[in-house]
Write a protein that binds this ligand. Structure first.
Ligand code: PRX
Length: 695
């Protein structure tokens, strides 16, 4: 692990692959920080509205997209419905904190609605009978299908119910649901009436849900009785009730809760219910009118909040707005997956994360495709499940995370080969670096060496793909996200913020906004500016390290901040540490990531016990279990530490700062490569920690 300034470079697991057939020169753009770019009246022949057929066409479009973002994106946006067109000078921004507040506007003056464009527009164009949502239950015998017209009706009913409960444009609505059709329906219903949805992943704990509802001031919560995940039932409503009580303890009242009865998991009779506050979805929403007028909103009207982890303990409410997010999620879905109306497309992500927002709920529907909503897990009832679903629905594009691939790869090729995968055309990967071994398995075994692999690098904050191949347009390299999407200008910076040219390794920053740039951190614009624009004024700082090779391809090397990526889930080490310290026996905790064969990274927690607990600072297995249970309770099961390492002392500098570099080396059993530890206040701590490994 190399240290640059105060940032750490992650694992450099990506090796240069084979030579690309062509190299690409990514043009430099001016570093003007406050710009107003009018839509240039260029006589452009190419358009990104059609399928892109060649690398030359990509280059031409890419150059247009960064030279004239206003014109390029206006051209793409023109295929959607705008109740009022955007102004000529619709795009402006400031990325430089030294010059004033950071802001981004796209399609300023334009008025639209994303739900209208995802549903009504297709129905109005005569595609109401096209299947829109296909539900595949945890149990393979449970399935459902809704056409675009039927989905629109369901969305309208729920939108009417929300309005009847007093939800108005700009109000935030919390959604805590499993992967059933009602989850994307709920998101679209909020968007239809201009309400701002805040989806909380169903794996989060009551504490996490409460914190998010309180921060966003969500008085209305949409939830579900429960869900089956493989053979385990999860009582979501009980967790939701606890969250509502926690909010009340803090003086914040969630006054309306809508509950969907998912009776294959938890029936109504077994679900706690508070009359007056709680309402049953099936009995109340079904009787609502099936049409609902659209609330037309300004392009910059907030669309949703999605909380994500950062370097500090408190998750950030990333805010995305309507017009730019709509256009970018539509454009990336179309070009990265080669979507065409009627394709059967499957993204396995949960709508609780950004991938489920952009590449399940919005982007694909904006393109009129048929979307699978999968409630289960890839290994249930057998490791053939994904491939059975591919065969059953003739899936054309399949998008998943490396962690799922690694676990399926372990189960053996026979599960894959037993199913017909001839419908597959494009395979996608997201959320974490894909190791070349998993990449090759995906390509050769799943895709029979005929499907290109889209290794898409992006983030909750970017709202859509930033660096990604486009199918068949240039050669991929296993482990590289390859080249930037339209409008994206990556920069590799050294620790001082100098841009490195050509082949280089450093931190990954972005030089100019793209339509779905996050617009703020909810209620904390200062944190937005400090976190993303503070480290390198003039640039959006991604928090990732990267390398650019001789062909101009980008290789993401992992986070350079205190964020770890476990099974594609982003977890702040500070969040896990504060959950551990909440245990009465824990005096101090330090959490680091370590290489994990399936999860990508695992969570390794060093725990210092309170005086008098354990023997010489060493606890027992029962205490380990309690500490892990505490993290599950506070954050959610997915954040549970894999290893608890007793630490009577932690390696600290004389000024009291924990040297995490040392902790990472001990966690990965590489203590012989510790480097200089002379600045440690007590260097003997290292040997004592090594001795306690496995205790
Ligand atoms: O470290 C990068 C990693 O996931 C982080 C973003 O996490 P999140 O906001 O939860 O969004 C996940 C879904 C986009 C990034 O900072 N990451 C995401 N995609 C890749 C990746 N790392 C390497 N390769 C990728 N394709």
């Amino acid at each position: 692990m190399q240290t640059v300034g105060r940032m750490k470079f992650g694992r450099g697991q990506c090796k240069a692959g084979q030579k690309a057939t062509r190299s690409i020169h990514i043009p430099r753009v001016s570093s003007t920080r406050i710009v107003k770019i009018a839509s240039a009246a260029t006589a452009v022949q190419v358009t990104a509205r059609e399928q892109i057929k060649s690398f030359e066409q990509y280059k031409e479009l890419y150059e247009w997209s960064i030279r004239d973002p206003a014109g390029f994106w206006a051209d793409f946006a023109s295929q959607f419905h705008w109740e009022k067109k955007w102004a000529e000078d619709h795009f402006d921004y400031n990325f430089d904190v030294r010059k004033g507040p950071v802001f981004v506007n796209f399609f300023k003056g334009g008025v639209t609605n994303i739900c209208y464009n995802a549903l009504d527009r297709h129905v109005a164009e005569g595609h109401g009978a096209t299947p829109c949502l296909l539900f595949e239950g945890n149990d393979p015998d449970r399935q459902k299908a809704l056409t675009y017209a039927e989905t629109l009706e369901e969305v309208c009913k729920l939108a009417n119910w929300l309005k009847a409960k007093g939800v108005k444009k700009g109000d935030t609505v919390a959604i805590y649901m499993p992967m059933i059709l009602e989850l994307p329906i709920a998101m679209l219903a909020c968007a239809r009436i201009g309400a701002v949805h805040s989806v909380v992943f169903g794996g989060f704990s009551a504490d996490s849900l409460a914190g998010r509802m309180e921060d966003a001031k969500s008085r209305v919560l949409l939830t579900c009785s429960g869900v089956m995940r493989a053979t385990k039932s999860i009582k979501l409503k009980s967790i939701a009730d606890k969250a509502v009580s926690l909010c009340a303890e803090q003086g914040f009242n969630v006054d309306t809760v809508l509950v969907y009865e998912n009776d294959n998991a938890i029936a109504a009779a077994d679900t706690p219910f508070t009359p007056g506050r709680d309402h049953w979805w099936q009995s109340e929403v079904a009787s609502m009118p099936s049409t609902c007028p659209v609330e037309w909103v300004d392009s910059e009207h907030p669309l949703f909040l999605l909380y994500t982890s950062g370097s500090t303990g408190k998750p950030k409410g990333v805010l995305h707005t309507t017009g730019g997010y709509m256009i970018y999620s539509a454009a990336t879905s179309k070009h990265v997956f080669g979507l065409q109306r009627g394709d059967v497309y499957w993204c396995t992500a949960d709508c609780g994360w950004i991938t489920g927002h952009s590449y399940l709920a919005y982007g694909p529907m904006l393109n009129g495709v048929t979307n699978i909503v999968f409630e289960g897990v890839p290994t249930h009832p057998t490791p053939a499940r994904c491939w059975e679903v591919v065969e059953k629905y003739k899936v054309k594009q399949f998008y998943t995370a490396p962690t799922a691939l690694r676990s399926l790869m372990r189960s053996g090729d026979e599960w894959v080969k037993a199913c017909d995968r001839s419908s597959l055309k494009v395979l996608g990967s997201v959320g974490e670096p894909i190791n070349p071994e998993a990449w090759r398995w995906y390509h050769e075994v799943v895709g029979d060496s005929r499907c290109p692999i889209m290794d898409t690098w992006w983030q909750t904050e970017t709202g859509g793909h930033m660096i990604t191949p486009l199918p068949g347009l240039w050669q991929e390299k296993p482990g590289s996200a390859t080249l930037p999407f339209f409008g994206v200008v990556p920069a590799v910076l050294d620790e001082k913020g100098n841009e490195l040219e050509g082949e280089a390794e450093g931190v990954l920053a972005l030089k100019q906004p793209w339509p779905s740039t996050l617009r703020t951190v909810y209620n904390d614009h200062k944190r937005y500016e400090e976190n993303y624009f503070g480290p390198f004024p003039g640039y959006y700082f991604s928090g990732d390290g990267c390398r650019r090779d001789a062909d101009g391809y980008y290789w993401i090397t992992g986070r350079v901040d205190d964020v770890i990526n476990v099974s594609g889930h982003r977890i702040g080490t500070a969040e896990v540490e504060s959950a551990l310290v909440a245990h009465p026996s824990c005096a101090e905790a330090a959490v680091v990531g370590y290489d994990h064969p399936i999860k990508g990274q695992g969570i390794y927690a060093y725990v210092t016990l309170m005086e008098g607990v354990g023997h010489d600072g060493v606890g027992d297995d029962a205490l380990k279990k309690q500490l892990v249970a505490g993290v599950r309770e506070t954050i959610g099961a997915f954040a549970a530490p894999d290893v608890i390492h007793w630490a009577p002392g932690l390696p600290k500098t004389r000024s009291g700062k924990i040297m995490r570099r040392v902790l990472r080396k001990i966690a990965s059993k590489e203590e012989e490569q510790l480097g200089d530890i002379s600045t440690l206040a007590d260097p003997s701590v290292v040997a004592s920690l090594v001795n306690l490994r496995g205790k």
